[in-house]
Write a protein that binds this ligand. Sequence first.
Ligand code: HEC
Length: 357
Amino acid sequence: MFPINEVETHPSNLAGETAWPTQSVPVLPKPFAQAALQLSENDISQFANNKEEIKEILKNSDKRLFAPPNTENVLVLPGYDGGAEYGGAGADPDKGIIYVNANEMAWFLRMENNDNPSVNNNANNQISIGEQSYRNFCMVCHGAERTGNTASGYSNLTLVSQKMIRQNVQQIISSGKGKMPGFPVISKEEREHLVAFLFGDEKKEAGSTGLSSFQQDLYKFTGYNKFLDDNGLPAISPPWGTLTAIDLNSGEHIWQTTLGITPELPNQDTNPTGCENYGGPIITENGLLLIAGTKDGFFRAFNRFTGKLLWQTKLPAASFATPAMYQINGKQYIVLACGGEKLGTPKANVIIAFGLN
Ligand code: HEC
């Protein structure tokens, strides 16, 4: 166990909001991903064409550690999706080592006064039940104009009526899909209005606003937006994905390496950028670390004592999941779920198993 300091943080300047005054910060282990606070002009991606624009945004963003939500852009790094992600870490309990993959992807957090005419654009405030429901439950991720933010993984819903049947949309609303949570609190009747609204054929019953529990808050969240350059790549300099071995006895890093490549950029075999990754590593006793998870769609084996990349193979589609390992008749297998689709990568429906010799 390492000491944990309780440090004072920043008060909120949003009306009616109070931020918690302190946060717990461990002295060790050493951070395995960088923080917004450390970013300077030197950290603008060399691959961006719009460096000046990025410099302005970076300069004008709130980069303080634990900055509370604000009407200015707060730069969130580690981002909403890590640092570490849902896949968890690999662990060697005997030696006290953990192996953790991380994203180095900055995002924005910005609140807006809730009197924006683009939101309340309906004459006399007579918005339909479906639209009200949309604003209440969906707008935060899919946006006021329903265009989402495909670069950040939030679907565009404007063409949903051409892509899907109503039943599927109803199902997604109640049960969720991938990263999207389900909304079982939305009643069947309200859901039907919502789907009709999305399909553009909701019958408007003027003044009927009684169904959902919508309340006009003082502020609204402007959505989950990644800090990207004009090519849709991270605006900050690589590495964009890393893998770190941490000695839990000393709190020090044993090694850190990039995880993944950006195929559209040059020199990826000598100077890999790392890339966004979701899904953790597994380790073997004899010294392998096996991980997929990367947007580039590879499955990789590293030497877990040195961090050296030993082997890699391209999967039928990206596997945003942790591999599973099992043994039959003395032979060891590793199995991966390759679904792709997340982050705009090609979709597939493949389970693939590798045998270890
Ligand atoms: C917390 C963020 C979030 C909220 C809130 C949210 N969604 Fe989503 N939604 C997503 C994400 C992320 C996806 C992409 C999921 C995937 O394919 O992995 C998605 C996908 C969808 C899809 C499938 C689109 C396609 O082209 O495949 C539909 C339809 C949808 N959402 C409707 C809604 C509706 C209606 C609401 C409100 C009840 C809502 N969403 C609320 C995040 C959200």
